[in-house]
Design a protein around this ligand. Structure first.
Ligand code: NAD
Ligand code: AHE
Ligand code: ZN
Length: 377
């Protein structure tokens, strides 16, 4: 297949708000500095659903969604030196070129070398590698893992150890690494602290794992869907609040949390993508030092607000993408953590589907029944 166009199956998003459609597509060979990967497994993240909803300005249709994959390198383009045919890889929506000023800084993981074309659904040379029914299909997040074969820049894949099961570690390509890293690397939760997590999907539950790893003492899980509390316990939450039921009349959730924590939490995390909840998450933080980290992706056009006094009096608002993890150099360490049984991953897999049933994965997510669905090809 090397050097040839591959015809294979993919789930194509023809337009916003329509189910994905399983199609035969053509995938071009990798160009200079690119690799073609046979995707074996992909998770479905809430962000895929956000983009499919049409609210993401970087959702360019028709496209192939998906950014939580695991696969094997089928062929490599000219000049590729750090990836070989047969390598097991996790696609990366935040690459690591190691040369841009972001990569050279130890303050961020946001490599920016190819960010502009990625946001336009293109490869770094401004073109695309997918076609279906004679039409150009756009890439998504530089990964497009809802396809049997995808093409990525070399800097957008992380080579992982071959004994790591790809049907599980694909999930480290987004949700789990994001939550775990938000606690450990962005907020840097310290020992003995009190933590509030808004939203107990895969991302929020992984914040709980990160907080446990950091030695947090109280971990308060907040979700409107009480069926998430069971998983919350498994991943380390010590108590739960249902904002619809457990808040005393006349109070809001942030006042309630301040009341039960002697002045507020040391760290909070928003893992939903709701700007009103982002405000609650900031305002439930302790005066003088509380740090609130935004992880959820809110629709374009929405804005956050609070009284500036909240910040004047020592609360800090932060944000985190991919858990602050430098993708090519640090993701292998997260894989090791899983292989050493110090990070739970298998426990997130609530459903598995063949590609032909990928729309079910979106359905169970919206019904609140899944932490993660893993799609196989
Ligand atoms: P999910 O849908 O699996 O989980 C969201 C949870 O929030 C659900 O359990 C839901 O019941 C709960 N929820 C919804 N509204 C609520 C409310 N008002 N109060 C309390 N709980 C509420 O989603 P996920 O895959 O875990 O992703 C969570 C968010 O993180 C999404 O916005 C996603 O786009 C974003 N995300 C960001 C990054 C990043 O790098 N920053 C990475 C992955 C995902
Ligand atoms: N295109 C969206 C922004 C989406 C967004 O913030 N994405 C996160 C990852 S979500 C993964 O599930 C991210 O990494 N952001 C950093 C970046 O450079 O995009 C919009 O709303 O415009
Ligand atoms: Zn994601």
């Amino acid at each position: 297949t090397e050097g040839k166009v591959i015809t294979c199956k993919a789930a194509v998003a023809w337009e916003a708000n329509k189910p994905l459609s399983i199609e035969e597509i053509e995938v071009e060979p990798p160009k200079k500095g690119e690799v073609r990967v046979k995707i074996l497994y992909t998770g479905v993240c809430h962000t895929d659903s956000y983009t499919l909803s049409g609210q993401d300005p970087e959702g360019i249709f028709p496209c192939i969604l998906g950014h939580e994959g695991g696969g094997v390198v089928e062929s490599i383009g000219e000049g590729v030196e750090t990836v070989k045919v047969g390598d097991h890889v996790i696609p990366l929506y935040i690459p690591e070129c190691k040369e841009c000023k972001f990569c050279k800084s130890n303050k961020t993981n946001l490599c920016s070398l190819i960010r502009i074309t990625q946001g336009r659904g293109q490869m770094p040379d401004g073109t695309t590698r997918f076609k279906c029914k004679g039409k150009e299909i756009f890439h998504f997040m530089g990964t497009s893992t809802f396809s049997e074969y995808t093409v990525l820049p070399e800097i957008s894949v992380c080579v992982v150890r071959k004994d790591a099961p790809l049907d599980k570690v694909c999930l480290l390509g987004c949700g789990i690494t994001t939550g775990f890293g938000a606690a450990k690397f962005t907020a840097k939760v310290d020992e003995g602290s009190t933590v509030a997590i808004f939203g107990l999907g895969a991302v929020g539950l992984s914040v709980a794992q990160g907080a446990v790893d950091c030695g947090a003492k109280r971990i308060i899980g907040i979700d409107t869907n009480e069926s998430k509390f069971e998983s919350g316990k498994l991943f380390g939450c010590t108590e739960f609040i249902n904002p619809l039921k457990d808040v005393p009349a006349g109070k809001n959730i942030q006042q309630h949390i301040v009341d039960i924590t002697d002045g507020g939490v040391d760290y909070s995390f928003e893992c939903i993508g709701n700007v009103n909840v982002m405000r609650s998450a900031l305002e439930c933080c302790h005066k003088g030092w509380g740090v609130s980290t935004i992880v959820g992706v809110a629709p374009a056009g929405t804005e956050i607000s609070t009284r500036p006094f909240q910040l004047v009096t020592g609360r800090v608002w932060k944000g985190s993408a991919f858990g602050g993890v430098k993708s090519r150099s640090q993701l292998p360490l997260i894989v090791d953590k899983y292989m050493d049984k110090k990070l739970k991953v298998d426990e997130y897999v609530t459903f598995t589907y063949p590609l032909s049933e990928i729309n079910e994965a979106f359905h169970v997510m919206h019904e609140g029944k899944s932490l993660r669905s893993v799609v196989h090809f």
